[in-house]
Design a protein around this ligand. Structure first.
Ligand SMILES: [Zn+2]
Length: 328
């Protein structure tokens, strides 16, 4: 009898990232395709189905996955299998577990993507052997997951660790969630791009505009590119973004006393000035007892944190006793 295999899916606003793995989480086949969220729920479900077929075919004849784990970008009820809200997909109250089980004929477990990325890092990445850690992803938005005492902390209604929506500036810019001054609105890749656009509107940011290839193409990446050439305005944007990020993390450190904070996501690649400003702010604001304990490090699995977390979810959900989301 062949070893069972498992499917993990990292469902994002822009891409569907699917892999087939063995029972130890070793990836045997993987594929990444655009989500095409504009096509609606059924369209996205069909695309997920396509990726499952493709990785199964790649892995070889006779491979029959035992279960699928999937991470969704928003608060997701793991017990009922419902995605409450996923703004980047335009989803509300989507019964993802039921719909996928119907479409694929396979048992499915769903969870929040940031939580799964924390689980992935904890089991297979830079968080191995650490019982109390926080995973933070900084890209277009800011998300994350908490591992406490060796277990994923999902909260009373699976909505914990919405790190990006901590209010850090009551009069700050508007956030996607409708509030003002969320961490995501001042410390994400989108916030970096917004600062650069404002600068360009005011007649500045010439080197950023050049790095972007035009005023209307400014992104977080063009800011970090200009910063890498020593551009003073771009460096100032990185410093400001890093300072806000450090403020948010200092709050988490004071509140939760983690041993490790792992930072992932595209915006964390922006460069040293961002990290330095972040660390300076943490040093200034976090209380000594927690500050001395905590280590900050880049996430270890790169773009695969969420994917490997989804695989771990599938594996653990299949285990006797259904010990969902535990690292021990
Ligand atoms: Zn918000």
């Amino acid at each position: 009898m062949p070893e069972p295999s498992f499917i993990g899916v990292d469902l994002g606003g822009t891409k569907i990232y699917t892999a087939l793995a063995d029972h130890q989480g070793k990836i045997l086949a993987e594929i990444k395709i655009p989500t095409e969220a504009d096509g609606g729920v059924q369209h996205v479900l069909r695309r997920i189905g396509q990726t499952v077929e493709q990785v199964s075919a790649q892995a070889g004849a006779g491979v029959r996955p035992a279960r699928l784990g999937i991470g969704a970008p928003g608060p997701t009820d793991s017990a009922r299998g419902i995605v409450h809200q996923a703004p980047n997909l335009g989803w509300r109250e989507v019964p993802l577990k039921e719909l996928l089980e119907e479409a694929l004929g396979l048992p499915v477990t769903v969870a929040n993507d940031g939580n799964l990325a924390a689980l992935g890092e904890c089991l297979y990445g830079a968080g191995q052997g650490v019982a109390d850690l926080i995973y933070v992803t900084v890209s277009t938005g800011i998300g994350g997951g908490f591992i406490f005492d060796g277990k994923l902390y999902a909260g009373a209604s699976f909505a914990a660790a919405e790190i990006g929506h901590m209010t850090v500036d009551p009069d700050g810019p508007l956030c996607n969630c409708g509030n003002r001054g969320c961490l995501e609105a001042v410390a994400s890749g989108s916030a970096m791009a917004r600062r650069a656009r404002e600068l360009a509107e005011a007649g500045g940011g010439q080197r950023i505009i050049r790095a972007a290839g035009g005023k209307d193409k400014i992104s977080a990446l063009s800011v970090s590119r200009a910063a890498a050439t020593g551009d003073r305005e771009a460096l100032a944007i990185l410093a400001e973004t890093g300072k806000w990020l450090g403020l948010g993390l200092a709050n988490l450190i004071n509140l939760l006393n983690p041993a490790l904070i792992l930072l992932g996501g595209g915006a964390m690649q922006a460069g040293k000035p961002l990290w330095e400003a972040m660390e300076r702010e943490i040093k200034e604001r976090a209380l000594q007892a927690s500050r001395q304990q905590v280590r900050l490090a880049p996430a270890g699995l790169g773009p695969r944190s969420g994917l490997l977390g989804a695989i771990a979810l599938a594996i653990q959900s299949s285990a006797p006793g259904d010990r969902i989301i535990s690292i021990s």
